[in-house]
Design a protein around this ligand. Sequence first.
Ligand code: UD1
Length: 422
Amino acid sequence: MSSIKVTGGVRLKGETRIQGSKNAALPVIAASLLNKGVTVLRNCPKILDVYHMINVLEELGCKASWEGNSLVIDTADVKSAKVSESSVRKMRSSILFLGALIGRCHEVSIAYPGGCSIGNRPIDFHLDSIRKMNVSLNEENGIINCQTDKITGTDIFLKFPSVGATQNIILAAVLAEGITRIYNAAREPEVQELCTYLEGAGARLKGKGTSFIEIEGVERLHDVEHTLSPDRIAAGTYMAAVAAAGGDAVLFDVPVHQAEAVIKVLEKTGCKIITGDRHVKISRSKRLLPYDLLKTKPYPGFPTDMQSQLMTVLSIADGKSTIVEEIFDSRFQNAEELRKMGADILLRNEKTAVITGVAKLKGAEVKARDLRAGAAMVIAGLAAEGETTVNDAVIIERGYEDICRDLGNLGANIHYCGDDAG
Ligand code: UD1
């Protein structure tokens, strides 16, 4: 297992550039199946989750190649509509192949994703919605088999604005007969970006970015080139790094509007932030202030994917903060890791953490519990006295092209070590 070693206590200073968006790339890669031809995806991040999506496409019979940071996908030939159990277990986003393959092949066999390290993540909204679109579904030994002679548009009301379910419905609806209406759709930028990509390929959609999306099925899509937005969570992670370690940095290629909720919270903790069209200048010199009550919410609220990073930041603030995780159960595993570094965190229940800031964290050997939790431990290492080793750090590469490169650009003393070191 790879590790990341960080020597803390260095104020960050310098410039770094934000990679393309992971959470936008994954659904768009699945969506490329709907066009029997070529998708060119520019600014595609070279991360493990993208490589995994490419592997699944190749298992299905498609071709993919890189030209710099452009991913060229050719989906002219699809030889199978089966997504293996190991693929879905490896990465939950593989479930997006459900909507894409039913749209493309009118059949799909895909394993049921289990729970994961950030809690129970059911897919009932996905399955109920697909079923409503004239698709028959049966589950056998953890495998979901779906079939239809014709997908038909319908009205779908989501009990919760689920990102994955909204994306799967859109994927199934693009080539359906008739109109699909999604009420209480997710408004996340990654849903909007999927719509923009599909529109570029000839799909007919209305209402992207709102909670009501209407999709009018078309007969076919055509070849398309699409440039992915920069990653709002990577940008937020590096802003949190400057907040925790202190210093003065400029981040380029930031989707500033998408990062507003995170920027507002960091400003309240005492960071100075100046935003441009596509860049953010952030500095922090005095001790961080606590944040009374931080709740994760669907977009445009504070993102669950930034919760762990803010837990690190608030663990060295001057006072008591409370975080309420409203999206997932069990997304507080990092509390235990941060405690190893001297943080004072009390879990009142599965969804509420009370953090009493300490003056300093101390370097320790810790573990990356999940992608964002791992990044949050790297940030803790930057803020701590002495050396921190973050074990199982390969999980961080699922979402960050090169966290050591990016934070190294800001003067951090950080490097990979161990078997899988990059
Ligand atoms: C979620 C996040 C997304 C983030 C991603 C990776 C939200 C709203 N979604 O997307 O921003 O990038 O994780 O960390 O912040 N649910 C059901 N049944 C379903 C689907 C979802 O009950 O069929 C529930 C989940 O248990 C969860 C909530 O709805 O409590 C949100 O899930 P959803 O948005 O679908 O999760 P992801 O698509 O993984």
